[in-house]
Ligand binder design. Sequence first.
Ligand SMILES: *Cc1c(COP(=O)(O)O)cnc(C)c1O
Length: 442
Amino acid sequence: MHNESANNNPAVTRSQFDEVMVPNYAPAGFIPVRGHGSRVWDQAGREYVDFAGGIAVSAVGHTHPHVVGALKAQADKLWHVANVLTNEPAIRLAKHLVEKTFAERIFFCNSGAEANEAALKLARKFASDHFPHGREEKCEAGCYCSTTTTDKYEIIAFDNSFHGRTLFTVSVGGQPKYTQGFGPLPQGIRHLPFNDIAAAEAAISDKTCAVIVEPIQGEGGVTPAKREFLRRLRELCDQHNALLIFDEVQSGAGRTGALYAYMKCGVTPDILTTAKGLGGGFPIGAMLTTEKVAKSFGVGAHGSTYGGNPLACAVADAVLDIVGDPAILAGVTVRHQLMFDGLAELNQKYGVFKEVRGDGLLIGCELAAEFAGHGKELVKASEVEGLLLLIAGPSVMRLAPSLLITPEDIHLGLERLGMAIEKFIAAVRATAKASPPVAQAA
Ligand SMILES: *Cc1c(COP(=O)(O)O)cnc(C)c1O
């Protein structure tokens, strides 16, 4: 009966999107309806190779049987109880994360922005609890009283960073275009140039409560942090009693070939945030921290109705079974090389990229000067050839496929990318000829 009525539903079309949705997105002209592994099919039955991975989310591809199994099994048991009760999948997942990382305590939420919101609030609260006068000392009454206003509230973040879209996280993010028109903004946030050790040394002080950094800037253009930079941030944070927060929402869950990127760079943060790949497509976020720092989130200090939802945690636990496996992580490095070799070959032929960079299966290809600003057109050209790509800013093509993508799908995707690049180059040159840039016309 239910199936019949579903089949009788009137057709959904892409043009209806513009009639019923808030216009903050501009999705592609087709609607995907099915996925398996690293392939996706649209309403018309057209097949695409998925190099986008739902923006670094589909870490184990589409409809992975182990993850689908976990979801279905939990779906028949318990969906939701809220945090007035706890549940088995949440405790199991927290134990799994504690076992595999530096963390001793976990807070669950539903997205990357919420994980960062929790991290930033926790850092402010920790400073307020321990350094009510900006230094490690008790107030005149001899206690760490919470009523004293701390002057240790400054959050240091970096230009071009991205930490989410809540008002706090978007203000901490280093892309001013995302906060324009939303003021007044939260205060006590400073932005420094990324990878600039001298600037960090000059700015981090006893007023700093936290430094937040992406080990690889994702949205900002797939720019890896230098190891020496992260090491120096760790030292400066220790020196000034500030917490170091790694935003691993994009770089985490196996994306770089390590379960978390911090494991590769030899710098351990005080707080780590993870989301995107952790749920493999089911909404979940988590904040990982130490027992000492976690204490500042006492009962009632923070919360989320859906945080630690049994369905989400059961799915994430199954994803972690896969992306936490050393053999799978080693496979990411093999796939990275296949991608890099294939992209180098394409670039030799077409000279379309200025630089190919990134780590594991988070790869950025910066367009050569002639094609700068045309990233969206390359994404469109690829869709026509049956390939899903991303951009990270107007001039960087970004790849973030499933960590399990097969060599066959990598080759097929690169073949389609080659065809797309050929047409893309021709189109950009034709437009440039028809309306030459002002500087050249003069
Ligand atoms: C995507 C992203 C976020 C925001 O995650 P949402 O789930 O969209 O809220 C935060 N930080 C980084 C590094 C991201 O890539």
